[in-house]
Design a protein around this ligand. Structure first.
Ligand code: KIV
Ligand code: NA
Length: 264
């Protein structure tokens, strides 16, 4: 059975966790699906892990279409979510056209990084049959505004603002929310306050789902390894076993632990 946004909604209602990992090609898409991963994110993190760029900003629509098509050809049973790359949703017109390209490439939904300013775009996409995930907190496409890759929503004003933005974007039509690098208590609060499933990365154990970058959870990412990452390959011994171990750890609530999370 193919995972859908309704499946994830039911999981949230039943307080069951769901799993998400990134994939960028057919082989991994098929493997992730066989290992029980519910959502496959074709992330613009491919700019770093595949292309060796030092941020996600250079990733193009052509890159995202190519990798989304590759993932879809793996015929995963998982829900395929594709990132809209930097500046591909700067205006309502470009958002419609670019989101349509990703859906036609095989995505089941798109993910956009931002805050209140995206409400109108999300409303329009949603109305036209394109489910949207709103990515809040540490939004890597904003690295030049944020001054680095750092935890967001640490003070109470910033936390209240993030809660308000999440609510606003859900009211506008978002079917999912993704929180990256936010204190665990804030992620818990947002997960409780919004009606749609919330996926976390570096956001503690209380979100409805968890996501990691594939290369990070296989322990093969070069350079700095963020606090929220766990190498599942080290213990599991094979790539399929590592993916299954991640899926089980997320669904049983064993991952993430406090050591992978940020406090308020
Ligand atoms: O591009 C990506 O892999 C992402 C996740 C880190 C959430 O957006
Ligand atoms: Na991304």
């Amino acid at each position: 059975m193919t995972a859908t946004i309704q499946t994830l909604q039911e999981r949230k209602a039943n307080q069951e966790k769901f799993s998400c990992l990134t994939a960028y090609d057919a082989t991994f898409a098929s493997l992730l699906s066989q290992c029980g991963i519910d959502v496959i994110l074709v992330g613009d993190s491919l700019g770093m892990v595949l292309q060796g760029k030092d941020s996600t900003l250079p990733v193009s629509m052509e890159d995202m279409v190519y990798h989304t098509e590759s993932v879809a050809r793996g015929r995963p049973q998982s829900l395929i979510m594709a990132d809209m790359p930097f500046m591909s949703y700067a205006t309502n017109e470009t958002s419609m056209a670019n989101a349509a390209r990703l859906m036609q490439a095989g995505a089941h939904m798109v993910k956009l990084e931002g805050t209140d300013w995206m409400a109108d775009t999300i409303h329009r996409l949603s109305e036209r049959g394109i489910p949207v995930c709103a990515h809040l907190g540490l939004t890597p496409q904003f690295v030049n505004k944020l001054g680095g890759y750092r935890v967001q929503g640490r003070d109470s004003e910033a936390a209240d603002r993030m809660v308000a933005h999440a609510r606003m974007l859900v009211d506008a039509g978002s079917d999912l929310v993704l929180l990256e690098c936010v204190p665990a208590p804030l992620a818990e609060r947002i997960t409780r306050e919004v009606s749609v499933p919330v996926i976390g990365i570096g956001a503690g154990a209380d979100t409805d789902g968890q996501v990691l970058v594939l290369h990070d959870m296989l322990g093969i990412t070069q350079g700095h390894r963020p606090r929220f990452v766990k190498d599942f390959l080290a213990e599991a011994g094979s790539v399929p076993a590592a993916i299954e171990a991640y899926d089980q750890a997320v669904k049983s609530g064993q991952f993430p632990t406090k050591e992978h999370s940020f406090r308020g």
